[in-house]
Each structure stands twice: as structure tokens, then as C-alpha cells.
Write a protein of this length. Structure first.
Length: 274
């Protein structure tokens, strides 16, 4: 079941864009694969006030948080750092700056003990320390600023199903392929990146970190008294993708959806084709 109004849910997805029951909608796909496995899923679109975040109550398993299909700072500002004035795909409900951090901190105010899973492009590209154009500075991993439990990077269908299953069984979140977690101790299988302190002070260390990046490695980066650990990205087979895109999508779009022109498109690739 997927709902925007009912309570007593297993998982609640918080999205910075409107929900579409469509194979091109990131939150639509995640909701659909969870629904197909029997989970009760709630969706909250473009929340602003505290009552928006609390209207479905607390989920039994976890919250899932994403800013949507675009980084919120790119969405809100031009390359000259001026506030974007018009957006034909948005109404009066705007996307907050650093939406993933904002959404997670709002959830923490009302649901202190709930598990929070972050994902999407904003979380994926900020999973380690990174240069932030808007601050003109090195920012630490979004895992620390959001206070999320676990980060899913890249396409996340396999990861969210594994996370949901482990939460059902009361297991920990370690060693899930395609995720990042914050831990006090290192696993022996990881490759160490230059630390946040090192890359903040030394441009050569920042370049070294960039050269070591890979989705195909277990990586770790040190912060004060903790490490952000990335687990190698999972492989998707033809069978996996056929299952994901053969689910019963209604292709019903929100009136302000970004997908109007692609409503009846067929998925032929994932990610950036060029």
C-alpha cells in the first residue's frame, strides 16, 4: 500500500518533489518496490512546517529522505549564486536550501528515536567531505550534518529493501552494499581516504581523495572520533531491472509534475547517458 493520508505505516518517504506513480520518478520507484514486497508506505511531498512532517505519525521501521532529482542548492540558485526567481515546475511551496539536512533535522525534532535513511543525488554527491560552491569551503559529509542513520548512494532499490529487511529482523546496518554509515571503528577491508581535516588544509590531499573515489571500493574517511564508511555498490542484473520496471506503475502524475513530457516514455538507461 502507498498512501499520502493514512497512518500506521512501515516506512514514510519524505521528498522534495511531488510523488508520481511512474518509473521515471525516484521516490515513485522506491515506494513501488517497497509496496511490492508488502510494506505499508507513506509519502510526504515538499514538506515545510512541523505539522507536515508529523501528519502520518511515526513509521514502524524508518523514514526515507530525499531532496528529489536535483541538488537543492542547484535548484534554488543560479551559477552566479543569485536566488532563482522563476521555476515553472514549482508553486508557492519551495525547496529549502540543503533540503536533506533541513528535512532530517525537522524529523529529529519530533521523532528523536526514529531511523532515518537518506538518499538521492544530494545525499549521494555529498557522502564524503566535498567542496561546496555556495559556501566556497570544504563541507563535511552530509551524514554528520543530517544526523541520519544511514546513507544510500546511487540507485537505491536493492539498498532500501535490504535496510527494511534488517530493521524487520532487528539487525544492524553494517556492510550493506551501496550505503554509507558513521562508525567509531574501521573495518579491515576499507581503503582510507585523506581525512576531513587533511583535505580542509591541503589542496593536494583533496586531489588525492578525488583520485581514490570509486563506487567499486569500500572506502573510509576520518572525522573527529569517527569514520564515514562507504560499502561497495551492488551489481544490478537484468533480472533485477526487469522486476523493478515491470511493476504496476499507473503513470498517474501530480498536476505540477516534472514528468509530463515523459509520461509514456520507456526506460532505456539509468543515470546520465552522456
Amino acid at each position: 500500500m502507498i498512501t499520502k493520508t493514512e497512518k500506521d505505516l512501515d516506512i514514510i518517504l519524505i521528498s522534495g518533489e511531488y510523488y508520481d506513480d511512474h518509473p521515471l520518478s525516484p521516490v515513485g520507484v522506491i515506494a513501488k518496490v517497497l509496496d511490492a514486497k508488502g510494506y505499508r508506505v507513506g509519502v510526504i511531498e515538499k514538506p515545510e512546517k512541523t505539522e507536515h512532517f508529523t501528519k502520518l505519525g511515526a513509521p514502524r521501521l524508518c523514514f526515507g529522505v530525499t531532496s528529489g532529482s536535483i541538488d537543492s542548492m542547484v535548484h534554488n540558485y543560479t551559477p552566479l549564486k543569485r536566488k532563482r526567481i522563476e521555476d515553472e515546475h514549482s508553486d508557492a511551496t519551495k525547496l529549502p536550501d540543503r533540503a536533506v539536512i533541513y528535512y532530517c533535522n525537522k524529523l529529529k525534532q519530533s521523532f528523536k528515536s526514529s531511523v532515518i535513511v537518506i538518499g538521492g543525488i544530494e545525499a549521494s554527491l555529498r557522502r564524503f567531505a566535498h567542496y561546496d560552491y555556495w559556501d566556497n569551503n570544504i563541507r563535511r559529509s552530509i551524514l554528520l550534518d543530517s544526523r541520519a542513520t544511514i546513507l544510500v548512494y546511487g540507485n537505491g532499490e536493492k539498498q532500501i529493501l535490504e535496510i527494511a529487511e534488517r530493521l524487520q529482523q532487528g539487525k544492524d546496518m553494517d556492510q550493506i552494499p551501496g550505503t554509507c554509515v558513521l562508525r567509531k571503528e574501521l573495518d579491515s577491508s576499507v581503503e582510507i581516504l585523506p581525512s576531513y581535516k587533511e583535505i580542509s588544509e591541503d589542496k593536494q590531499k583533496f586531489c588525492e581523495m578525488q583520485m581514490k573515489f570509486s563506487n567499486d571500493k569500500n572506502l573510509a574517511q576520518e572525522y573527529t572520533n569517527s569514520y564515514v564508511i562507504q560499502y561497495q555498490y551492488p551489481k544490478y542484473t537484468t533480472k533485477d531491472l526487469d522486476w523493478i520496471y515491470s511493476l504496476n506503475y499507473s503513470r498517474k502524475l501530480h498536476p505540477r509534475s516534472l514528468l509530463k513530457m515523459g509520461r509514456f516514455s520507456v526506460v532505456i538507461h539509468r543515470g546520465c547517458i552522456g
